[in-house]
Design a protein around this ligand. Structure first.
Ligand SMILES: [Zn+2]
Ligand SMILES: [Zn+2]
Length: 274
């Protein structure tokens, strides 16, 4: 088994369905040697983040000790651009993500990771109906986030497509969209940060392919960027969701290897030959 480490996962501390203990037990059963929980930093809109970071860290560090010898459990946070972690030194890693766009004039947040109506309102109220301008802003923020905070994992790089499966909020096939995404991808890849192929949107039925899209994976392969596989699991059933097909997509995009978190660092693992 190649994929023995997985860091981007959630629990009942934020918007997950299972407790950290249930997630860890399921990770052991699923054959992971290294497993992490990365609760959302506190996020005001929809209130889906970790409210009490102190208590979160305390419980997760206690579990890390308790499970020593059975699984290496890692304590992280999924840092959001607008709500960065307060003290990174206390964490084993961070995932760096964009989940909403803010109206700088009013301070109102529009969720990218919420209901479609939120993103449609964002497009219409903040970008005068120009969905591509909204996508461009999302990618601009992504670059700013990655270049400012240098996360250990760049979370769901093109999450802006989550609610766009019908291609009706903006045209994902347009050259304007693709160029904005590719330009941002290259600027993020320059940092050397690890990208993820994230199957979370598939598990929850939003998309039938993982983030990021195939044309972005191909560019990452061309650039020699490092990519890991993440479930972004919010429940135990999702821990290895579509990991096999994700590896196939990486191979198809031109990758020879994938990086996997092992004993405190990312290691390269060769993808099996066909
Ligand atoms: Zn996220
Ligand atoms: Zn997540």
């Amino acid at each position: 088994m190649i994929l023995t480490g997985s860091l981007h996962n959630h629990s009942t501390w934020c918007d997950g369905k299972n407790t950290p203990r249930e997630m860890i037990e399921a990770a052991i059963a699923a054959g992971f040697t290294d497993f992490g929980i990365s609760g959302h930093t506190y996020v005001t809109p929809d209130d889906f983040g970790v409210r009490d970071e102190e208590a979160y860290l305390k419980e997760l560090r206690a579990l890390q000790e308790e499970y020593r010898g059975r699984i290496r459990f890692w304590v992280g946070l999924e840092h959001d651009y607008y709500f960065p972690v307060t003290d990174r030194a206390r964490l084993d890693y961070i995932v760096g993500s964009i989940h909403e766009l803010r109206d700088e004039a009013t301070g109102r947040y529009y969720l990218v990771d919420g209901p479609k109506s939120d993103l449609a309102a964002c497009r219409d109220e903040l970008f005068g109906g120009d969905g591509l301008a909204m996508a461009e802003r999302f990618f601009e923020l992504t670059v700013e986030n990655v270049r400012t905070y240098r996360p250990d994992i760049i979370g769901h790089f093109d999450l802006i497509v989550k609610n766009n499966a019908a291609n009706d909020l903006f045209d994902e096939t347009s050259s304007r969209y693709r160029e904005a995404a590719l330009a941002a991808l290259r600027r993020c890849a320059d940092t050397g940060c690890v990208f993820e192929i994230n199957t979370g949107g598939m598990f929850r039925g939003y998309r039938d392919t993982p983030y990021p899209a195939a044309f972005l994976l191909e560019e990452l392969a061309r650039l020699g960027a490092r990519v890991t596989v993440s479930a972004d699991a919010h429940e135990t059933r999702a821990l290895r969701f579509e990991f096999g097909p994700a590896l196939e997509l990486l191979k198809k995009a031109g990758f020879a290897s994938v990086v996997v978190w092992e004993n405190g660092r990312f290691v390269d693992k060769l993808l099996p030959k066909v």
